[in-house]
Design a protein around this ligand. Sequence first.
Ligand code: NAP
Length: 272
Amino acid sequence: MDRNLKVGVVGLGLIGGSIFKALCALKCNVYGVSRSNQTIQKAKNYSPNVSKSLLYLKNCDMVFVCTPMNCISKVLDQLNSILSPETIVSDVSSLKSFLCNKKYNYKFIPTHPLAGTEFAGFNYSFESIFQRTKWVLTPSEGTDENDIKKLTDIIEVLGAKPIFANPKEHDEAVALISHMPMLISQAIFKTAKDNSLAMKLASSGFRDMTRLAMSNEEMAVDMINLNSENIQHALLKLYSSVGELLNEDYESQIKEIKKDRQIMYINGNNIL
Ligand code: NAP
């Protein structure tokens, strides 16, 4: 990565704060913008280069937009009249199709880091969050290879592995591995929580199955609103899998499932 690049980060929450802290630790030229005075004050402990104004990013070579999905389009529009046509802008939102049809004056390359925790905000951000994770890029056709390289260089410096996908397939895939599991996790908790004995007995299995019920609410609402069709398809597939498991040879199916799941683990797939 070119350490002389001026990199801006908008929205210093869990993801943006983590990019900001990691780039500060790497002694990069990093500029942060966030909404609240409290976050600005906390970020100043890492670098004096923080502001509430997007104008502060005017001279950046690259900008990561890390706000919640419900306001990302507005921020991308605002940056349109601030940044130079040479600036590379990337977002980190968990969905990609809703952003992919818009043209901007700057060079826009949408991305999605597959990293996170159930916590939100700058306090919970940490510089190693992207280590050994995957980071999806969904560049549109004709995007300059040199610009993609500049972005993947930063992604790799942050510790993640770049993976390319098209926006539609990305959104279908994350419905299966992230959004539908979050909804099921919330539903499991909702179903069991009023049984006081169940809550007294709940242990590691229940804890693991319901961790996603503690997801950031704003992000969860955005996911359900923006990816509802793919989530519904994922749920239909889930119902059908449950039906197959219960109505066909359960034992041989779960042996196969267990074997496949263990192979993922043995291959060091780091979602596990
Ligand atoms: P978060 O912790 O709530 O952080 C969002 C931050 O955006 C807040 O700290 C807030 O800053 C700031 N913000 C809100 N509106 C703003 C605006 N108009 N201008 C500037 N800053 C603004 O959420 P997050 O988990 O980091 O999620 C951020 C993005 O990352 C979302 O698009 C999400 O889809 C994506 N993502 C999240 C995860 C995950 O697991 N959490 C994983 C991958 C991708 P203040 O603190 O200053 O109010």
